[in-house]
Write a protein that binds this ligand. Structure first.
Ligand SMILES: [Zn+2]
Ligand SMILES: [Zn+2]
Length: 410
């Protein structure tokens, strides 16, 4: 690892190796002074979002470690993907009984398990990880052990180390339990050494729940943490991190029998290889993704335009203005939020029937054969049929027909 990282010729020797120096950094992520244009920090929002660093974080419980009483020596302490163990363990002693409070409706496993005890007879119950969100490369010092499931003090440390030297202006962190973890981000960060702080006056940090998990989080979390509603995050999903676990789980049965240092060195090696393989695959991967994006953009644009013209122009303008206003001020009403309907069509029909019965009992009879309530409900049904036909004509491939009848889609 020292040789590959070009450390062989340093006159100061191996001991001068800096933390994380032997890990491969992602060349596709933005690095000021390396792959960003001059004046990147003064670009307009339409360009500036391209300089966002996306970080995906997650935990895995396959790569634990049995307590076999082995005391071995770390050969590359904190030089690669793993955090430096002594400082990490010292940090954890500050949080012996950290209780996680869950206010999310999802009852996510990660939060529930955070308060559970570790596995009996095991030193390590799993691994916490911080990767780049778009390319799935592990950050230097982006891995650490978990002792009691997914405790915040472990994950906070790993995430802060992963972004320790960030000089970018935008950061998006995706995490299954971002809705809980991000609470009081600024206040818990000050408990850490000053060199681990993120300057929140300069750097815009946003947190989101990956697309795969957000549906289970309930309306409140979906409104605030959905990548689908965020501006300047493109088509980010935040679940690239899972592919790394699938790759690494194969090595777990062997790794869990090792000594602690041997485990770290082996995982450093595996993750180093993972990063390297990713980099050499970039050329074919990016070409494939670009072609897909190009084709799908045109397809989605066409479908969107067809759908859009089914609404009155005034309605569309009103919605667009509401979205633009919310994009710059999230404290105002969220235009994506579904209004809660407290009264159903059935309730109204029932109310009208009762009124008609009351009229009849007082001798007031309807002027026509059909009662006002029946007339109203028949009209609404007709209107819905007309809407279905309009959709069918606009999107035959989506809604289709069945035995010559329009499929009722709503
Ligand atoms: Zn990257
Ligand atoms: Zn939630």
């Amino acid at each position: 690892m020292l040789k590959r990282a070009g450390r062989g010729q340093d006159p100061l020797g191996c001991d001068a190796t800096q933390e994380g120096e032997l890990a491969f950094e992602c060349p596709a992520c933005p690095h000021p002074g390396c792959n960003l244009p001059e004046g990147w920090d003064k670009a307009s929002p339409e360009i500036e979002w391209l300089h966002t660093l996306f970080i995906a974080t997650n935990a895995n419980y396959r790569s634990g470690l049995k307590d076999k009483g082995i005391c071995d020596v770390e050969l590359a302490p904190g030089w690669g993907s793993f955090v430096e163990e002594t400082r990490f363990q010292n940090h954890l002693t500050n949080y012996p009984n950290q209780k996680e409070i869950n206010t999310c409706k999802s009852q996510h496993d990660a939060v529930l398990w955070a308060n559970s005890h570790g596995k009996e007879g095991w030193l390590v119950s799993g691994t916490g990880l911080a990767q780049c969100g778009h390319h799935a490369l592990v950050h230097k010092n982006g891995i650490g052990d978990l002792q009691k499931r997914e405790k915040y003090c472990n994950m906070d440390y790993i995430i802060l180390l992963a972004i320790i030297s960030i000089t970018l202006l935008r950061l998006v962190i995706t995490y299954d339990i971002a809705c809980q973890w991000s609470k009081n981000f600024a206040s818990w960060m000050v408990e850490y050494p000053e060199h681990m702080h993120v300057d929140l006056d300069r750097v815009e940090v946003r947190t989101a729940v990956p697309g795969f998990h957000i549906c289970a989080h309930g309306a409140d979390c979906q409104r605030l943490f959905s990548l689908g509603l965020m501006l300047w995050v493109a088509n980010t999903v935040g679940k690239e991190v899972e592919s790394g676990w699938a790759h690494m789980n194969v090595a777990s049965p062997s790794i869990q029998e090792m000594g602690p240092s041997n485990m770290h060195e082996s995982l450093n090696d595996h993750w180093g290889s993972w990063n390297f393989q990713k980099i050499i695959m970039f050329r074919t991967l990016f070409r494939k993704r670009f072609k897909e994006a190009f084709t799908m953009r045109a397809k989605h644009q066409e479908l969107f335009n067809k759908f859009n013209v089914t609404f009155k122009p005034g309605t569309v303008q009103k919605w667009e203005a509401a979205v633009r206003a919310w994009d710059v001020d999230e404290d105002i009403a969220n235009p994506y939020e579904e209004p809660v309907n407290t009264m159903t069509q059935r309730d109204i029909r029932l109310q009208l029937v009762k009124e008609e019965e009351a009229d009849a009992s007082r001798g007031i009879l309807p002027l026509h054969k059909i009662s006002p309530s029946t007339f109203l409900s028949t009209s609404l049904e007709l209107e819905e049929q007309q809407r279905s036909i309009r959709l069918l004509v606009s999107f035959p491939s989506v809604y289709g027909t069945q035995r010559g009848k329009v499929l009722r889609v709503f």
